[in-house]
Each structure stands twice: as structure tokens, then as C-alpha cells.
Design a protein around this ligand. Structure first.
Ligand code: NAG
Length: 238
């Protein structure tokens, strides 16, 4: 048996004691280190998982004029020479004869269902807000694409102008609706800011029109029609 002197024994004990303290110290540091690592990872994962505010997220993945909720993803663009077709879409300003015929042509510019779409899970998209509440013929979780609303407003303005030119003011004009439509179109134009640079082609019928980059209309119409609630195509909206 090895003989250990008291002194050695003391030193050994001391050493062990110090080693134990230092081990505790080390394991505490280790825990602390891991604690910090885990806490930081948790923060990172939380930041990744918690979706940024809808506004922020959607601004990153949504192009101008697309739905901010990401419901309508634009697939294709096309470039088009925008053509003037007054003979089809402008009424004869000296007669009422073609009023209905012109209106039917505007009707046909709308998707079936007049642009109304049913979005049953609308509550999942806070920026959508509440469904349309004042549709005289349709009910349900209805929303409408902005361009069909704008088209309605433009037709309303054309038709009201037509009436006013022919009959003069009658006092029965719905100036409130007209103001709403003018403001609707103003804000829409200022939001979309079509930056197509125009020269003489823009006002020149013979040139075939200035080339613009447009969203593919057939695709947008299909998306709308897939969610329509009826078959009506009505630019005035009853
Ligand atoms: C508009 O209607 C009037 C009266 O019916 C007609 O004489 C005229 O030719 C029409 N104008 C156009 C551009 O069709």
C-alpha cells in the first residue's frame, strides 16, 4: 500500500477541492454557453417563423397592381399597342340611338360574373377587409377586382357625360356617384403610375398606339371567372 504523508494528503485534498471548484465553474460556463446558444437560436427561429407584418411581406413578393394579399399571382405580361376604338366604346354624342349597343360592348369587357369573386377564407387575409355589402343582387363573401371597378366607373362617367351633352343638366344626376368614380380613377392612376414613355404614337390612331406592358388579361379574367358567383356581365351593376 502506498504511503501518503499527511502533507501530501492535504495537498491532494486541496488539489481535488480546487479541481472540483474549477469543474463546477467549467460546467457552469458550459451551461451558460449552451444557454446563450439555445436562446439565440430560439430568437432566430422565432424571427423566421413569426411572419412579418402583412404589409411588409406582401410588398416584398407582390408586383405593382397585384393583389396585396397574394391571392392573385400575375403569371404573364404582354406588350400591347393600346388601340382607340371610339366607334365601339363611345356613344354617338348627338343621339341616344346607340346607347344600349355601346353599353353591351362595355358589358363584354367584363369577366362573366361582372368581376365579383367569392373569397370564402377572407378572414385569413386582414388586408382584404370586409366583403362588399351593398351589391343589389349578389350576397356572400364577395370582393371585386380593382380594374373591373375602374371600368365600371369609366363607363358610368362616359354614359353620364353622354346624357349631359344630349339633355343638359336635369337635376337628377348622381353627382355623389360621379365624384366617387372620378376619385376612384384618380387614385388608381396615381397608384399604378404607368411609366410607359409616350411620344406621338400615344395620340396617333394610325400608329396603332403606343406599346405598353400589360398584365395578361385572359389569365386575370380566368382567375376571376373561376371564382364568380353568377354569369352576369353588367357594366352598370344594376
Ligand atoms: C350620330 O347620330 C346621328 C343621328 O342619328 C347621325 O346622323 C350621325 O351620323 C351619327 N354619328 C355617328 C358618328 O355615327
Amino acid at each position: 500500500m502506498e504511503k501518503i504523508s499527511l502533507r501530501d494528503h492535504d495537498q491532494e485534498g486541496n488539489y481535488r477541492h480546487r479541481r472540483a471548484i474549477s469543474q463546477r465553474h467549467n460546467s457552469l460556463l458550459n451551461w451558460l454557453r449552451w444557454g446563450i446558444v439555445v436562446a439565440l437560436q430560439a430568437i432566430i427561429i422565432t424571427l423566421l417563423c413569426v411572419r412579418p407584418k402583412a404589409e411588409m411581406r406582401d410588398l416584398l413578393d407582390t408586383e405593382t397592381g397585384a393583389d396585396i394579399n397574394g391571392l392573385y399571382p400575375t403569371v404573364e405580361h404582354e406588350y400591347k399597342r393600346l388601340k382607340f376604338e371610339e366607334d365601339l366604346y363611345m356613344p354617338n354624342m348627338t343621339s341616344l340611338n346607340d346607347r344600349d349597343e355601346v353599353r353591351r360592348r362595355w358589358d363584354k369587357l367584363l369577366p362573366r360574373g361582372s368581376g365579383s369573386v367569392a373569397i370564402s377564407d377572407y378572414k385569413k387575409h386582414p388586408l382584404l377587409g370586409e366583403p362588399i355589402a351593398d351589391d343589389p343582387i349578389r350576397t356572400g363573401p364577395l370582393f371585386e377586382a380593382s380594374w373591373t371597378h375602374a371600368l365600371h366607373c369609366l363607363y358610368y362617367s362616359v354614359d353620364q357625360y353622354h346624357q349631359l351633352v344630349l339633355k343638359g343638366p336635369t337635376g337628377e344626376e348622381n353627382t355623389h356617384h360621379a365624384s366617387h368614380c372620378f376619385e376612384y380613377l384618380r387614385t388608381s392612376l396615381l397608384c399604378n403610375l404607368d411609366m410607359t414613355l409616350e411620344g406621338s404614337y400615344s395620340a396617333n390612331r394610325e400608329s396603332g398606339g403606343q406599346a405598353h406592358v400589360c398584365r395578361n388579361r385572359d389569365q386575370a379574367v380566368k382567375w376571376i371567372e373561376d371564382r364568380r358567383v353568377d354569369e352576369l356581365q353588367d357594366i352598370v351593376g344594376s
